[in-house]
Write a protein that binds this ligand. Structure first.
Ligand SMILES: [Zn+2]
Length: 324
């Protein structure tokens, strides 16, 4: 049968029909709310390339957890900026490190209502800004694994709910799983940054977290933008190493990777709607070139439609205003 017996517009006639037949709806529970917390500041510091976002002092971080809950979000994602950086990233796994303290502050106030996810990486803690130990201008894989395990355990000791290794070192999921299990944290899930591309969309985050590499780039550990098969292998390996959820990052230019992950693996898929994607929308909206709320909805529902179960997004901050 075809036209005129078939008329696709019949099911689009009213808002109620359209709502009834909605395949992908946005739910604040599925959005992960990022938080930047900085050591040794007493006032929030705005981030010029990430409009509406700040680096928070420790004293304000629990209130931000509450703010996430008020938006309907169930989870926050913590990124720390330490007072001191060095060549070994020692403050990344310190008992009283900035993220460890922030986890305790938020847990105290929000309890089990809010899932706290800790980003496990070294770039914010290293004076050179790379995601691992550097010797002779080379980022070393295996020695970095031990540090990632230490960070994850220190977060677990502080009360984190989920750890998210993001350094793109080979074997990082297995190393983190093993370290957690040995320390008695076999119930802490791993959200693995599996398909993390070497992207130009990370610029505003690097301003936010002070994590730009001081030499070279990240192309020998993050993925080549042109590749799909490599993403599937990375995801497959991370699942074999014990990942409980996998991530594709960035999201907007990589929707095909999200769709491929969905088609190939039975595991929750996280899309990271990264800083540059957010800032482009903000900049255009500030110029009144686009309608921010409807564009944000369209972008996020597109990620859902591609196959994302969860989305890390800076837009989570004001989700209530654009959901209605
Ligand atoms: Zn990193």
């Amino acid at each position: 049968m075809s036209f005129p017996a078939v008329r696709m517009r019949r099911l689009r006639r009213t808002q109620a029909l359209r709502d009834m037949l909605d395949q992908n709806t946005l739910n604040p529970s599925h959005l992960i709310y990022p938080i930047f917390v900085e050591e040794n500041i007493s006032q929030s510091v705005s981030i010029s390339s990430l409009p509406g976002y700040v680096r928070l002092p420790l004293a304000k971080v629990a209130a931000e957890g509450k703010a996430a809950l008020a938006q309907g979000c169930k989870s926050v994602f913590l990124f720390g900026i330490p007072a001191k950086k060095d060549e070994e990233g020692v403050s990344s796994y310190a008992k009283d490190g900035i993220v460890q303290n922030a986890i305790r502050e938020i847990k105290n106030v929000c309890g089990a209502e809010l899932v706290i996810i800790g980003d496990v990486c070294l770039c914010e803690y290293m004076s050179h800004g790379h995601c691992g130990i550097v010797r002779d201008n080379e980022v070393l894989n295996d020695p970095t694994l031990e540090l990632l395990g230490k960070i994850a355990v220190s977060y677990a000791e502080a009360g984190v709910d989920v750890v998210a290794p993001s350094a793109m070192m080979d074997g990082q999921v297995a190393a983190v799983r093993e370290a957690l299990d040995e320390a008695g944290y076999d119930q802490i899930p791993i959200m693995a940054y599996s398909a993390k591309y070497a992207s130009s969309f990370y610029g505003p985050f690097r301003e936010a977290a002070g994590s730009s590499p001081k030499f070279g780039d990240r192309k020998n550990y993050q993925m080549n933008q042109g590749n799909q098969r490599e993403a599937l292998r990375e995801i497959e390996l991370d699942i074999a190493e014990g990942a409980d959820m996998i991530m594709v990052k960035p999201a907007l230019a990589y929707l095909d990777i999200i769709a491929l992950a969905k088609a190939n693996f039975n595991i929750p898929i996280v899309a990271y709607n990264v800083s540059g994607e957010y800032s482009m929308v903000k900049a255009a909206a500030e110029n009144a070139w686009i309608d921010e709320k409807s564009v944000v909805r369209e972008i996020l529902v597109g990620m859902k439609r591609a196959g994302a179960d969860l989305i890390v997004t800076y837009h989570a901050k004001d989700i209530k205003s654009w959901l209605n």
